[in-house]
Structure formats: structure tokens, C-alpha cells
Design a protein around this ligand. Structure first.
Ligand code: ATP
Ligand code: MG
Length: 253
């Protein structure tokens, strides 16, 4: 579905992403992990067209999309969430999501259909669909759900979910993981899920890619990646035994 080849992104002389290649199969949940500053969000920003790429290629359903502006990438069927949610604070939850439905894949959408899509997206992430529900009632987990609902309302084939923001407790992270699995099951949407901590993600994803300093250092099944010496080295000292715990989480139960 998506083929990223030798993707490079420089900010001035600084190479934030260095010749990263990976592919995503339709229906997959791919985990993209790595320490703070390793280039995860930058990969998303380049694929989604938020930032121009320096070099490399991004192919979606066989067509080159590298360098397309974000609206055109979205119209092809790729939606993304932002690591730092910035909802329209004066609009209701439903209105926030309806805006995405209007600007999403279907450009000739009617007002009533946009509202239906918004309600459906809010229900998928288990947020209230009443017209009175407001943004200021949401905590960190709620804002993440709203981001996801806004992405889903564009009717995407592929969602790039940037979840790597602190502020969620263990139970909320488990919930987020279950939600992504539900979305794939119910809607058949392919997902790339970004995190900087490995724990819960490893239980849910089919495959994992690990970035460090803008380079891909590992790729494979969750358990094998969690036991990879380079991955353990990168994560050790930051999260102690996180890699071992993640390997346990990835073990089939
Ligand atoms: N717009 C920008 N201008 C300059 N440098 C940037 C820009 N965006 C990101 N960077 C730098 O590129 C590197 C990769 O950043 P990126 O945000 O992709 O990391 P990340 O893996 O998403 O980290 P985190 O887990 O903290 O979200 C960092 O060194 C960051 O400071
Ligand atoms: Mg990030």
C-alpha cells in the first residue's frame, strides 16, 4: 500500500531522517518507534506532505506522492493525527470532526453526510456525539481520541497515528491500543502507529520499525525487535528494562 524508499529529510545541515525505507501492507498495523528526536514525526510529516522531502520517494497504491501538498495526500486516502492536538476550541466536538469530513477524501460531500461521518468517527473513538459536547471537557486522552476522530472522518485508507505524547496512564494507553485494533477490524483501515515507548504498542502491532538518530536500526516482528541488541542498547538507560517487558508483551499468550 505504502512504499517509502530512501526517505531523507534535512533541516538546514541537520539530517533528521536519513535514507529510511519501509513498506506497509494493506490491513497491517505497523509500529514506528524510537527515542525522542529519532525522526518518527518527521517521517509522518513528510509522508503526509506537511514538510517537503529532501530526497527519496513515497509511493501510495503504486503512485508517487512524495512532495504533494497535505490536502492532496489526504484526498488520496492518507490521514494523520498530530502529536500535539490543536482542535478548534470554540467548535463542538462534532463540528471539529465535521470540518475533517468536509475536507477529506470525498470532496462533494453534503452537509448532512459530513455530519453523519463526524458522528460515526466520534463513535468509533468512543467520544460523545451530542452537539453540546465541547473540547474543554477533554483531557490528554480525550484530545488524542479527537485527533483520531478527525483523521477517520476524512474516510482514509491509511492512518498515520502519532501517539507519542506523554500524559496518558497505562490504562489509557491500553485503551488507545484496543481502539486502533477496533478501527482496523471494523473499517479495514491500515495503520502506522508512532510511539516512543515500546510497552503497549508491541502487543498490538504486526511489525515494528525502530528509528534512532534518523536511521532505521531494526525492523521485524515485535518479539524479535524487542530482543534485538541494537534496540536494547538504544532503549537502555532511557527506559531500563522496557525492551524486555515489550518482548514479554509481544509473546503470544
Ligand atoms: N521543523 C523542524 N525544524 C528543525 N528541526 C526539526 C524540525 N522538526 C523536527 N526537527 C528535529 O528533527 C529531529 C527529529 O524530530 P522528530 O520530531 O521527528 O522526532 P520524534 O522521533 O518524533 O521525537 P518524539 O518522540 O519526541 O516525538 C529532532 O532533532 C528535531 O529537533
Ligand atoms: Mg514526535
Amino acid at each position: 500500500m505504502l512504499a517509502v524508499q530512501d526517505l531523507t529529510k534535512q533541516f538546514g545541515g541537520f539530517v533528521a531522517v536519513n535514507r529510511v525505507s519501509f513498506a506497509v501492507e494493506e490491513g497491517e498495523i505497523l509500529g514506528l518507534i524510537g527515542p525522542n528526536g529519532s525522526g518518527k514525526s518527521t517521517v509522518f510529516n513528510v509522508v503526509a506532505g506537511t514538510l517537503p522531502l529532501t530526497a527519496g520517494s513515497v509511493r501510495f497504491e503504486g503512485k508517487e506522492i512524495g512532495g504533494l501538498p497535505p490536502d492532496q495526500v489526504c484526498h488520496r486516502g492518507i490521514a494523520r493525527t498530530f502529536q500535539i492536538p490543536r482542535p478548534f476550541k470554540r467548535l463542538s466536538l462534532l463540528e471539529n470532526v465535521a470540518v475533517s469530513a468536509f475536507y477529506g477524501q470525498n470532496r462533494d460531500i453534503s452537509r448532512s453526510r459530513a455530519w453523519e461521518q463526524a458522528e460515526e468517527a466520534l463513535a468509533l473513538v468512543k467520544l460523545p456525539t451530542e452537539a453540546t459536547a465541547t473540547v474543554d471537557a477533554l483531557g490528554a486522552a480525550g484530545l488524542k481520541k479527537l485527533e483520531l476522530a478527525r483523521a477517520l472522518a476524512t474516510q482514509p485508507k491509511l492512518v498515520l497515528a502519532d501517539e507519542s505524547l506523554g500524559g496518558l496512564d497505562e490504562a489509557e494507553m491500553e485503551q488507545a491500543a484496543d481502539m486502533l485494533q477496533d478501527i482496523r477490524r471494523q473499517k479495514g483501515i491500515t495503520i502506522i502507529w508512532v510511539e516512543h515507548i515500546m510497552g503497549v504498542l508491541m502487543r498490538v502491532v504486526d511489525r515494528v520499525i525502530v528509528l534512532d538518530h534518523g536511521e532505521k536500526i531494526a525492523e521485524g516482528l515485535p518479539r524479535a525487535v524487542a530482543e534485538d541488541p541494537r534496540v536494547i542498547e538504544v532503549y537502555l538507560g532511557r527506559q531500563g528494562t522496557a525492551a524486555a517487558a515489550a518482548a514479554d508483551a509481544a509473546r503470544p499468550s
